[in-house]
Design a protein around this ligand. Structure first.
Ligand SMILES: Nc1ncnc2c1ncn2[C@@H]1O[C@H](COP(=O)(O)OP(=O)(O)OP(=O)(O)O)[C@@H](O)[C@H]1O
Length: 265
């Protein structure tokens, strides 16, 4: 990777010319997502500003940056939950996606019911959905509490149920918004191990199509362990987009370098 042009930290809003000079990872595999100059505006807030990003099949992309830089908004755009106000975007319509949030939403029902419902909503018969839900709960080590009310589970257990719910759907793409940020260190490790396990599997498209994972995180250790590529956002703009090794070992735009230094302590 060639040297990264310095971005003046005092001017965090790069203009179009600056952005054009920033390095972008070009995925080796066919793009699952493709965004070009995408902007998202919430009233007076410009949450994303001129974001161009292409994510290939099987990539594990970490979105990092300070609070409010636009990570969740970008994930919501990728999942179709937020509509860009400008730019062009496309998604491979053949892929099946699942998204996990920082605090998973659990219905007031058993863990098994929570997982089965996701399958049933995708057309699986209820009886089969319940059986598959149990297999998914086994996979995350929670078959022992399948009949427990999901709302009474700990935060870490709820996140594992949410992972089981996602995994049961055999998604080709997994989007995760700070999935471990509200968990204690032990639960964090458990959920992170499951994320790695899921990322190493394949979706409904078959073994030739490994799962594509895009996740946001404030934990740079986790980013190093899980990601193949890092996208650093600031004020809704992509300031760095590099393979994980280059991000942590190579030159970075000033703002990204200062962020990493601050987060690493
Ligand atoms: N529904 C909304 N209405 C208005 N403003 C919003 C909405 N959602 C997000 N924003 C604003 O858009 C900007 C980007 O928010 P976003 O949640 O995408 O950032 P983030 O990087 O995920 O932050 P965090 O790390 O705190 O989760 C912020 O200024 C936020 O206040």
């Amino acid at each position: 990777m060639s040297a990264v042009p310095a971005v003046n930290a005092a001017a965090p809003w790069p203009d179009a010319a600056d952005r054009a000079r920033l390095p972008t990872v070009v995925p080796e595999h066919p793009a699952v997502f493709s965004l070009r100059d995408v902007g998202v505006r919430y009233g007076r807030v410009q949450a994303l500003n001129g974001v161009s990003l292409s994510v290939g099949c099987g990539e594990r992309v970490a979105l990092i940056g300070a609070n409010g830089c636009g990570k969740s908004t970008l994930l919501r755009v990728l999942h179709g939950l937020a509509k860009p106000s400008s730019g062009c975007w496309s998604r491979d319509s053949d892929v099946r996606q699942a998204m996990l949030f920082q605090r998973p939403h659990m219905l007031r029902a058993t863990a098994q019911h929570n997982v089965a419902l996701g399958l049933w909503l995708h057309g699986v018969r209820w009886r089969e959905a319940r059986a598959l839900a149990l297999v998914a709960l086994q996979r995350v080590g929670l078959d022992g509490i399948a009949t427990q009310n999901a709302r009474t589970l700990s935060g870490g257990q709820q996140q594992r149920v949410a992972l089981a719910r996602a995994w049961a759907l055999r998604p080709d793409v997994l989007l995760l918004d700070e999935p471990t940020s509200s968990l204690d260190p032990h639960a964090k490790r458990e959920v992170e191990a499951l994320m790695a396990d899921l990322a190493a599997s394949h979706g409904q498209a078959g073994p030739a199509h490994p799962v594509t994972m895009v996740f946001s995180s404030h934990n740079l250790g986790q980013v190093k362990r899980l990601a193949s590529r890092v996208v650093y956002l600031e004020h809704g703009c992509v300031l760095a987009d590099l393979p994980v090794h280059d991000f942590f070992n190579g030159p970075l735009p000033d703002a990204a370098r200062l962020f990493v230094k601050g987060e690493m302590g």
